[in-house]
Design a protein around this ligand. Structure first.
Ligand code: GAL
Length: 668
């Protein structure tokens, strides 16, 4: 449970409005203008000193806090609270030139150089020592500063350097393995090192999974992913521990719950954050970026244990790091922001305040664009500030969800390891497909960790949960017996936590629950599809199944598993355990979830006409309906109350115009 709430950070704000600010890039006159404009936009919280190391500590033993002192005072005078970076995100060039061994190493043994950012090995004792000294100095100086609202540890820990293969990482990996396994024999068993003559007789023989000629040991790869996530978490812990000795302000770091970064198992991190914070940017490389945003926001709420969370970074318009950096369409920013708030965010912060004129991010959008204040982007920023103010009553309310989706970074790592049945099987694609189907069926979904208590869930979906422990399987079984309508999809429960296959037919720990055994995987070529006897279409995967008790709802009529079961249902206690052996087409998937939701009599939110993203936040009698229209057609929803977005009263069949948002405080 988070120790602080977003509302504690800026108690007067409601839904807070914030940004990253890099005053190092600007002169004093610009600073003064920035203060005026920040007040005009209604900025509550400003993150500074994120990349400040070389400014405050320009040479070994040399400290210069003049500019940071001045900025802290300036923000304070202007009534703006500070989200203070510890400054460790990117070491200055003097560190790596004095200690080249702190530089990170790629799997092929080549070093990565400074000149970008985050050029350090997370396990480097020298880096850690210098970072700790920096944090101590900063925390001592500003720990009780009246402007301080929040500590921002490092920045996106592990964004670029999570996986380091250097000798120091090797050393740290060995210690991590020693505490996990105790003896080398236990490690040999866990990693299955009798395979390909890989048996170790001394810890010193063990390396990170550096580049090899053939496939690497998948259990070693899985443990290296775990170790690397833990190494990042250790960096956080070390800084947080120092800060807490000097300051009572809440501490956090910005997560990267996003589609393209998967190196941190945030289930293991989240409990250590005083406030859960996430960075999210629309990924235009995906087929449906807004749907991915919804998923990421739901997952962030899951990490926050259902409590409100903080969107620490997003963009007003284009980013600069995708192949094609599209500007946001009119209305798109408000839709994105509404979707984050609908799914539990109580604060929206942007990277960054003022668009850089120099450096690698000069083409990244900002609240204040290159064009200056006489621009549509600036006017949009001011309007957004006003909208966030009007949303103050939403802050602190909870998202109402009766469905659950099980998500696991370990499953992501292990499923996409080397030597797998099909490269066409992407964990995240399967998870997104499940989330989309739940959403299309009108269900709001909590994303939970495997093993979480699923009591009171009416619909539970378990997509491609490749790694499964006995306790986690038991929670799924208990949910079905207790009355939930559970859907398990293919590629679930194939291996245990050591990446060892459960024998006797997949998924070993759920065979009985599902009433079937999968005898053989029969993946499809990426371009192929299969047809099911109920008319559904599948892709990516099929399987040869022997049914041992489940009812066959549909069988494969084409493809390598033709004639065999494709979709089954096993009545269990008060609920049911369903299984699907292929990646259903979106409409077929949604129809299947619709059936489960009907069986479960799950509460749903549906548009009266057209397509809407609908989510409700509530707190006792207070209810807020978020209706977001991502399409170019008007849609309607049945409700009544006061629309905080447009400031009008609505009732009955309410039109949500194409591309717009309504946030309705519903009447009792
Ligand atoms: C984040 C990072 C920011 C900025 C932003 C650009 O990953 O934390 O510093 O680089 O991306 O989108």
């Amino acid at each position: 449970m988070p120790a602080a709430t977003v509302a504690d950070l800026v108690p007067t704000s409601g839904v807070l409005f914030g940004c990253d600010y890099n005053p190092e890039q600007w002169d004093r006159e610009t600073w003064r203008e920035d203060m005026v404009l920040m007040r005009e936009a209604g900025i509550d919280l400003v993150a500074i000193n994120i990349f400040g190391w070389s400014t405050i500590n320009p040479a070994p033993g040399v400290w210069d806090f003049a500019a940071l002192d001045e900025m802290m005072a300036l923000l304070h005078e202007n009534g703006i609270r500070v989200n203070l970076g510890t400054g460790t995100a990117s070491p200055p060039p003097w560190l790596s030139s004095t200690y080249p061994e702190t530089l990170p190493m790629a799997p092929d043994g080549t070093r990565r150089y400074p000149g970008g950012r985050q050029a350090f090995c997370p396990s480097s004792p020298i880096f850690r020592e210098h970072a700790a000294h920096l944090v101590e100095t900063v925390a001592e100086r500003y720990g009780a500063h009246p402007a301080l609202a929040l500590w921002h540890v490092s920045n996106e820990i592990g964004c670029h350097n999570a996986l380091c293969y250097c000798d120091e990482s090797a050393e740290a990996f060995r210690s991590w393995l020693q505490s996990r396994y105790g003896t080398i024999d236990a490690l040999n068993v866990a990693w299955g090192t009798n395979f390909w003559s890989q048996r170790y007789t001394d810890w010193a023989q063990i390396l990170p999974p550096r580049a090899t000629l053939s496939l690497r040991n998948p259990a070693q790869l899985l443990d290296f992913s775990r170790f690397s996530s833990d190494a990042g978490l250790e960096l956080y812990r070390a800084e947080a521990e120092i800060i807490r000795r000097h300051s009572s302000a809440p501490v956090t770091t910005n997560f990267m719950v996003t589609a393209h970064i998967r190196t941190q198992d945030y289930w293991t991190w989240a409990g250590e954050m005083d406030v859960v914070a996430n960075d999210h940017y629309l990924d235009r490389r995906l087929p449906d970026p807004a749907a991915e945003l919804s998923f990421a926001a739901d997952l962030t709420r899951g990490l926050a244990g259902g409590e409100p969370w903080l969107l620490m970074e997003t963009s007003t318009s284009a980013v600069n790091w995708q192949p094609h950096n599209l500007a946001k369409a009119p209305g798109e920013l408000v839709r994105n922001v509404a979707s984050h708030i609908a799914r539990g965010a109580d604060g929206i912060c942007f990277f960054q305040w003022r668009a850089s004129a120099q450096g690698a991010e000069k083409f990244h959008s900002a609240l204040l664009p290159h064009a200056g204040t006489d621009s549509a982007l600036w006017r949009q920023s001011v309007e957004l500030g006003a909208l966030l103010r009007r949303l103050a009553p939403v802050a602190g309310t909870r998202v109402a969800a009766s469905a659950a989706l099980l998500f696991s970074w370990e499953a992501w790592w292990a499923l996409e390891n080397e030597g797998r049945p099909s490269e066409a099987l992407s964990y995240l694609e399967q998870v997104h497909a499940a989330h989309n189907a739940l959403t299309a069926a009108g269900l709001t979904v909590d994303i939970v960790r495997p093993g979480a208590d699923l009591d009171a869930r009416s619909v539970v979906i378990v997509p491609a949960l490749h790694v499964l422990r006995a306790t986690e399987a038991q929670a799924i079984t208990d949910a079905a017996r207790g009355g939930a309508h559970v859907l398990v999809t293919f590629a679930t429960g194939t291996v245990d936590e050591n990446d060892r296959v459960g024998l006797g037919g997949y998924p070993a720990l759920l065979r009985e629950t599902l009433g079937l055994r999968v005898e053989e995987f029969a993946p499809l070529r990426p371009e192929d599809t299969v047809v099911l006897s109920n008319g559904s279409t599948g892709s990516v995967w099929s399987e040869r199944i022997t049914v041992t008790g489940a009812e066959v709802v549909a069988s494969f009529t084409t493809g390598p598993a033709a004639g065999g079961a494709a979709l089954t249902r096993n009545a269990l206690g008060a609920g049911a355990a369903w299984y699907v052996a292929t990646a259903l087409a979106p409409a077929d998937y949604a129809a299947l979830i619709d059936r489960l939701a009907t069986d479960a009599q799950a509460p749903r939110l549906r548009a009266s006409s057209g397509e809407l993203e609908l989510v409700r936040r509530e707190d006792g009698a207070r209810r807020f309906l978020f209706a977001i229209n991502h399409t170019d057609q008007d849609a309607t929803v049945h409700t009544s109350g006061h629309d905080l977005a447009t400031q009008e009263d609505v009732s009955g069949t309410v039109v949500v115009a194409a591309g717009t948002v309504r946030i309705i405080e519903e009447s009792a």
